[in-house]
Design a protein around this ligand. Structure first.
Ligand SMILES: Cc1ncc(COP(=O)(O)O)c(C=O)c1O
Length: 353
């Protein structure tokens, strides 16, 4: 700590991302990365990139990505915002739409970055309990909330809410802004993006880190009505005009336009998830239904932190969150089929003592 830290800086408890080990000896199932490489078109695009283009500042609007996203979702470009990873997009969204006079709500079990943004900007918030089966309970969100934020599918549980349920909420609460974080939507869920043309109280956030296998490139998106996007641009341009570099923009464009590769790899992940879920349940492991590229599991008779350590000793990294309701649960990313075969064998051994 330095005496120059502001009061707010002193009070922050930053988000702690999953471990990125220096050596490669682990099977890495702890940060929901994609086990497959990015589209081969990304490699081709980077190899053909003209180095001289890096002399100039990137396109300020992220136009290259916005065009590709607009084409993919069949929406106008002015309804797309691009930023440096969806963490940045979310951080800008909290700053754009809320302040210390507006309260926001999110589930007590969800992406643990949301309360961190609230602390950073001093936004009052309330955590609303999820149901016993970990699904989101929308009946207890107070009428005083200016914003409701949740991940769909939710993290780390994998639970999913269909767009028709979300549409009902948008209608019931026209003065509440819903931020739906669809980081994992491409693994079997149906996106709410089509609703943005009808509701001005919906912002949908996406990332290229998961289903497009580009976590290292840092591309996040937001889609919403033109006025919501204009607000995000105002805040971005008051902070960093160029969050996306030129190389990232062209590589992301190549990934977004390669629909065939995108569909093939996400389908493989979905199939491996269903296989792993079945195998773990056969062993007697508790496994939540999941629409994401991870499973939320609890091994009977073994605490979450202990299970995490035992798996780590066997070379498998997973995630455990030390929060009361979920401390005995592990979030396990879906890797390749071979990774998951090894995981199932290892859990079997651990259970046999
Ligand atoms: C629910 C959710 N939202 C957003 C993110 C951030 O993704 P990124 O910043 O890589 O786009 C993550 C990453 O794990 C996540 O789980």
């Amino acid at each position: 700590m330095s005496r120059f830290w502001s009061k707010n800086t002193k009070n922050l408890t930053p988000y702690v991302p999953g471990e990125q080990p220096k050596d490669r000896k682990f099977i890495k199932l702890n940060t929901n990365e994609n086990p497959y490489p990015p589209s081969p078109r990304v490699k081709e695009r980077i190899q053909n990139f003209k180095l001289d283009d890096l002399r100039l500042y990137p396109n300020i609007e992220g136009a290259i990505i916005k065009q590709a996203v607009a084409k993919h979702y069949d929406i106008p470009e002015r309804q797309v915002f691009a930023g440096n990873g969806s963490d940045e997009v979310l951080a800008l969204a909290f700053k754009t739409f809320f302040d210390n006079t507006t309260k926001v709500g999110f589930p007590d079990v969800t992406y643990s970055f949301y309360p961190v943004y609230c602390a950073l900007y001093e936004i009052p918030f309330v955590k609303v309990p999820v149901k016993e089966n970990f699904s989101i309970d929308f009946t207890h969100y107070g009428k005083d909330l200016k914003g409701i934020i949740f991940a769909n599918p939710n993290a780390p549980t994998g639970s999913y809410v269909s767009p028709d349920v979300i549409e009902e909420l948008l209608k019931e609460r026209p003065d509440t802004l819903f931020i739906v974080d669809e980081a994992y939507i491409d693994f079997g869920g149906e996106s709410c993006v089509p609703l943005i043309s009808m509701y001005d109280n919906l912002l949908v956030v996406h990332t290229l880190s998961k289903s497009r296998a580009l976590a290292g490139l840092r591309i996040g998106l937001a889609m919403g009505c033109k006025e919501l996007i204009e607000g995000l641009v105002r805040v971005k341009d008051s902070f960093n005009s160029y969050p996306l570099d030129t190389l990232a923009q062209v590589a992301a464009e190549a990934a977004i336009l390669d629909t065939q590769y995108f569909n093939d790899t996400r389908q493989k992940i979905i199939e491996t998830r269903e296989w792993t879920q079945r195998k773990l349940r056969e062993l007697g492991v508790k496994v939540q239904d999941s629409m994401a590229n991870f499973l939320f599991v609890s091994i009977p008779g073994i605490s979450g932190p202990e299970a995490l350590l035992k798996l780590r000793e066997q070379g498998i990294l997973v995630r455990n969150f030390s929060m009361p309701k979920i401390s005995d649960w592990l979030r396990i990313t879906i890797g390749t089929k071979e990774d998951m075969e090894f995981l199932v064998q290892t859990i079997k051994k651990i259970m046999a003592g």
